[in-house]
Design a protein around this ligand. Structure first.
Ligand SMILES: [Zn+2]
Length: 545
């Protein structure tokens, strides 16, 4: 996702309550296979009525099967009226935003359990029912990170993915979008003026990106390829702006298909919405902040970022929240690579420098490692550590192995973990296998320990004059020092600029807190420039004495 609106967001989030911090998600011996969510909405009030079927597989026999679902609190939340198992009513306990279903052991050959849960209420979050900027009534799912369970019962964690089928019954004047393939929209036989819309995914997706969206939309569909339709869904009053802003959507998609692999999902819709984020990468239907659609053609990087997430985040997802950089760092760096492709090297380097500044500024406030198990509030993980530092880690890898091999690593990693989950370690295993190189020190330095190198240089000059020829030579002792506490190991390029404006490059390897170079030149050094080609995440420290 893109966090343009983070300041507003932090305020909203802090005032809402989360069920779990990142380390506390309770594990159970069950795997959700599919959610079938039959949801009814109306214009009369903000109540939703849901009949949900959950197919689950148990890895060992359990007594109680848990799903996350927000309790009715007297005002909002869900009231569960009935739970069925394989068609028969069973006992359940719904408290502390968890629904515990007392499982009747199934016959041994039953491949999976089928639960039916009936509930209704006003979602306290997750499904945002309200008015858009044109004062029109809209419904938008906005689940990240764990807000899905405010409107449907689920295992609200990215590690348990499931197929989803939505049956959405809504007043007929709404256009309706959801994940997956649109199966049909038919008049509802029980309610005149209501239409039932059916959507179904043919791939499993995590709860953070399972959404529906209902609004008055102007829909623009295009055939991207034989099997893939792309579309834009914008408010009718923003029709012209939408057309301008999404003009490059298919060429951006093409760039990533060429470099990563086939698009992972059934369709790709770009949807104007009321999401609290700048953009939210919901699987196969990206939701954009309604105010981002201005018609100035300036959201290509936002579009690129959210498209990358379809592969990284939605299909190959992080196993734990601490591995969030596998989503956000990837989306950030692969957007930078798109910038390099379209706008050229200079724009790319400028972006890298901007990103590096963000990492340095953030590290002065707080210093988590890239794999961040320290930050407890998941919302707080949306920070330069996951985004820009994650991106810089990929950039340093690319600089060490070259762009062709880098894309090969990305492709292999994706192929291995598509529609599944990966950890930071899993990614590095693929990196080592693809490149046949040892990245264990790199992993230790950049992924598990906090911070980055803070480098200073000290230069000592001695002039040696030959008594017979009277020619002078310049003898230098150059010390490069890592000022931070923990020593990193990394290649470092240094540009030596001489007084006559000629240059020379030194390729060093920093394997110690201080390295010394003794050099002899016939001309005088004017300046030393560390990392002239923007290959290293580092901060320039105060000159050493
Ligand atoms: Zn993102």
């Amino acid at each position: 996702m893109h966090i343009i609106k983070l300041i507003i967001l932090l305020f909203i989030i802090n005032s809402a309550s989360f069920a779990f911090g990142q380390q506390k998600y309770p594990k159970q011996a069950a795997d959700i296979i599919k959610y079938i969510i039959d949801i009814q909405v109306t214009d009369e009030n903000n109540k939703i009525k849901v009949t949900e079927n959950v197919h689950a597989q148990f890895t060992t026999s359990i007594d109680t099967f848990f799903l996350d679902l927000t309790n009715f609190n007297g005002n909002t939340g869900m009231h569960v009226s009935r739970v069925l198992e394989q068609g028969y009513p069973v006992s359940f306990i719904h408290k502390n935003n968890r629904l515990g279903i007392l499982v009747v052991p199934p016959p041994k050959n039953t491949p999976y359990f089928d639960f039916q849960i009936e509930y209704e209420g006003i979602p306290s979050d997750g499904l945002i029912i309200g008015k858009n900027k044109f004062n029109e009534r809209t419904f938008f799912g906005d689940n990240w990170p764990q807000r899905a369970h405010h409107w449907f019962a689920c295992v609200d964690h990215p590690s348990d993915k499931a197929y989803v089928k939505f049956k959405i019954t809504a007043p007929s004047h709404y256009q309706v979008i959801a994940n997956g393939k649109h199966i049909e929209s038919t008049p509802d036989i029980n309610n005149p003026n209501f239409t039932k819309h059916i959507f179904e995914t043919n791939k499993p997706i995590p709860s953070k990106v399972i959404v529906i969206g209902l609004a008055n939309f102007e829909i623009d569909r295009s055939k991207y390829s034989k099997s893939l339709e792309t579309s834009t869904w914008v408010y009718p009053k923003d029709k012209t702006n939408g057309r301008k802003d999404f003009a490059l959507k298919d060429s951006i998609l093409k760039y990533y298909e060429k470099n990563i692999g086939s698009f992972p999902f059934e369709k790709l819709a770009h949807v104007q919405s009321t999401t609290m984020y700048g953009g939210m990468e919901n699987a196969s239907c990206i939701f954009y902040d309604e105010n981002a659609i201005k018609g100035d053609g300036k959201i290509n990087e936002l579009i690129a970022h959210e498209i990358v997430h379809q592969w990284f985040g939605n299909s190959a997802s992080e196993k734990e929240w601490s591995d969030l950089w596998l989503s956000e760092g990837f989306a950030t760096y692969l957007t930078n690579l798109y910038i390099e492709d379209v706008l050229g090297k200079k724009a790319f380097i400028e972006q890298l420098k901007k990103d590096r500044k963000k990492v340095i500024a953030f590290a002065q406030k707080t210093l988590p490692p890239l794999k961040d198990t320290l930050t407890q509030n998941i919302q707080d993980l949306l920070n330069p550590n996951a985004y820009q530092k994650g991106s810089w880690i990929l950039h340093m890898i690319r600089e060490q192995i070259g762009i062709e091999l880098f894309w090969k690593v990305i492709q292999n990693y994706y192929k291995t973990y598509q529609y599944s989950n990966a950890s930071s370690k899993d990614f590095f295993k693929i990196l080592e296998k693809t490149t046949d190189k040892d990245f264990s020190q790199f992993y230790k330095d950049w992924v598990t320990q906090p911070g980055h190198p803070i480098l200073s240089t000290k230069i000592k000059e001695d002039i040696i004059t030959d008594s017979t020829s009277n020619l002078s030579q310049f003898q230098y002792t150059i010390d490069i020092k890592q000022q931070q506490k923990i020593v990193f190991r990394f290649p470092l390029e240094v540009e030596i600029l001489f007084e006559d404006n000629t240059k020379e490059f030194l390729a060093l390897y920093m394997d110690n807190s201080i390295i010394t170079q003794n050099l002899l030149y016939s001309k005088r050094i004017k300046q030393l420039i560390l990392d002239p080609n923007c290959k290293l995440l580092f901060d320039e420290g105060k000159p050493s004495k």
